[in-house]
Design a protein. Structure first.
Length: 356
């Protein structure tokens, strides 16, 4: 009897993480799909209205290109076969056809601050979680296992209301061996690297002019290099940078991590690559709280996260569905945990007692 696994991708970062996990599950039939949705979100995505999200545009194209280049088996929307296990990298949208499958959620990276949208989504369950972006990660409760980046993130998700018994600290691929980026062939060194975030494209307020002036001030005459987020309006961003920092270099593609590794100073907005800067002990400026990010730093396990996640995927795969269904029916209550509590004081997950 064949065992089929479906990996639902998203951005290129999410897609490469899914691939690394699947490589550890080579004994099974692994299929991949770009992120997809149902209902009005699917209607909007098909008409190109969501091209600034992982449901379309550059994110979807990059994912499709990656799957093709790596000769991975594609089953778009998971419609061609029945699946024994589904692995997802976001639960902002959980497609209807996988909700009753064995489901593993893998944290994709940094979570954005808990603003007004998060408070509304957290209070009113009928609102779509994607309105709160990654701040609402884990709140769907649709999965059987949630693999997270660190003990700090485990604590954070529990405080948000994620069930402790569903969480396992595994680390996350792409961010579990950050020292490896010190060796690279990026030609520039000693620069000030700016990694932007598509806040305006995701309907958030940003004073980009003030941000750019701040970058010039921090650079203080040193070479400025901008790495634009894939979802940025490139033409607009280039024009703005030229107006404020005409001698700056602008990259719209390529791996940002070597750029960070060779920099003296790193400036970010709300980007997971901030962790790379902190791990490599760069002088770092961010719109996020650096002390909080240090507490949340992804586990550094020399690239072992994909193997750990795969091992737990097997545990979920061989757990009888009645057992998983009984766990899903348990009432969900927000953990009453004081803000000062340490990870050792947090309730442990059934998955964390297993050997990874």
């Amino acid at each position: 009897m064949t065992t089929n696994l479906l990996f639902i991708c998203g951005s290129l970062n999410q897609t490469t993480q899914m691939h690394q996990i699947a490589q550890q599950l080579a004994d099974y039939n692994c299929y991949f799909s770009p992120l997809y949705a149902d209902g009005i979100e699917d209607f909007a995505a098909r008409r190109g209205w969501l091209n600034r999200t992982a449901l379309g545009g550059r994110h979807k194209q990059d994912t499709c290109n990656y799957l093709a280049e790596n000769h991975l088996l594609v089953d778009y929307r998971g419609e061609e076969r029945d699946y024994d296990l589904v692995v997802i990298c976001t639960d902002a949208i959980v497609p209807k056809n996988v909700r009753h499958k064995r489901l593993v959620l893998v944290q994709e990276g940094i979570t954005v601050p808990e603003g007004l949208a998060y408070q509304l989504v957290h209070t009113f369950n009928f609102l779509p979680r994607y309105l709160a972006n990654t701040a609402a990660t884990g709140l769907s409760d649709s999965y059987d296992l949630f693999c997270v980046a660190s003990e700090g993130y485990r604590d954070l998700f529990i405080r948000k209301g994620v069930r402790p018994e569903k969480i396992a600290v595994t680390g996350i691929p792409n961010f579990d061996n950050l020292q490896e980026f010190r060796v690279n062939d990026f030609p520039y060194r000693g620069h000030v690297l700016v990694a932007t975030t598509p806040l305006r494209e995701s309907m958030q307020f940003e004073d980009r002019w003030a941000f750019l002036r701040r970058c010039v001030q921090i650079a203080n005459g040193r070479q400025l290099i901008f790495k634009l987020h894939p979802l940025e309006n490139v033409e607009r961003a280039r024009w703005e940078i030229k107006c404020v920092a005409p001698n700056a270099l602008v990259f719209t593609s390529g791996n940002v991590n070597p750029m960070i590794a060779n920099a003296d100073v790193v400036i970010t907005q709300q980007s997971t690559c901030t962790y790379v800067a902190l791990a490599l002990e760069k002088e770092t400026y961010s719109q996020l709280d650096i002390r909080e990010l240090t507490r949340l730093m992804p586990l550094q396990n020399n690239g072992d996260s994909a193997r750990r996640i795969a091992a737990l995927c097997k545990e979920v795969l061989y757990t009888p569905m009645p057992v998983l269904e009984s766990m899903r029916k348990l009432p969900r209550e927000r953990a009453k945990v004081p803000a000062s509590a340490s990870s050792k004081q947090m309730p442990k997950s059934r998955w964390e007692t297993l050997k990874m």
